[in-house]
Design a binder for this molecule. Structure first.
Ligand SMILES: Cc1cc2nc3c(=O)[nH]c(=O)nc-3n(C[C@H](O)[C@H](O)[C@H](O)COP(=O)(O)O)c2cc1C
Length: 172
């Protein structure tokens, strides 16, 4: 089991979470880990993975529906593997915005009391009004405050955390 790779599964409506997932996958690979990157809805089974990293954005206080679908569909397998989670949410770097998104995510994750992530992080997201519908666009302005340094730093610490956790879940 320890030789198996990490699954990094993401749910992204407008692409910014996918780019963050790609950056995290690259950082984990730089740390010597084997990583498979896939959109959540394309994952059929977790059999080939020793651990799972899930990344999805928040929209209107709700986590991406594919993330909910993934947690329900793979509950049994996820209980048996270390799981790390990241979400994209706030559009500004302010503490209030960050806390608000964090509370939204916590509320969503409360629906899965069996889920005990080994790491949980929120990153500032990106918004491009040109990609939104007329009503979604109202009152929004373009912004991209994604903190790539923070994203890479989290991924680097995650490499060690996942390896440590895998030993607990899958003792040699
Ligand atoms: C219509 C809409 C609603 C949003 N609502 C929230 C929200 O309630 N809470 C939050 O933290 N972020 C919210 N966001 C910010 C998104 O999470 C952010 O734009 C993210 O980077 C989008 O990811 P994606 O490009 O992968 O779809 C919202 C974005 C959009 C477009």
């Amino acid at each position: 089991m320890n030789t198996k790779s990490i699954l990094l599964a993401y749910a992204s409506r407008y692409g910014s979470t996918q780019e963050v997932a790609e950056t995290i996958a690259a950082a984990l690979r730089e740390a010597g880990l084997e990583v498979e990157l896939q959109p959540m809805q394309e994952v059929k089974s977790l059999d080939n993975y020793a651990s799972v990293v899930l990344g999805a954005a928040i929209y209107n206080a709700k986590w991406h529906p594919n993330a909910h679908q993934f947690l329900s569909q793979h509950q049994e397998a996820l209980r048996q593997r270390p799981v790390a989670i990241f979400a994209l949410g706030p559009l500004s770097t302010g503490e209030t915005a960050m806390l608000r998104s964090r509370r939204q995510l916590d509320k969503e994750l409360e629906k899965y009391p069996w889920l005990k992530p080994v790491a949980l992080e929120i990153f500032v997201g990106k918004i491009d009004p040109a990609k939104l519908s007329f009503f979604e666009r109202l009152g929004t302005t373009a912004s991209d405050h994604r903190d790539w340094k923070a994203i890479r730093a989290w991924a680097s610490s995650l490499a060690a955390q996942l390896q440590q956790a895998e030993k607990l879940f899958h003792p040699a």
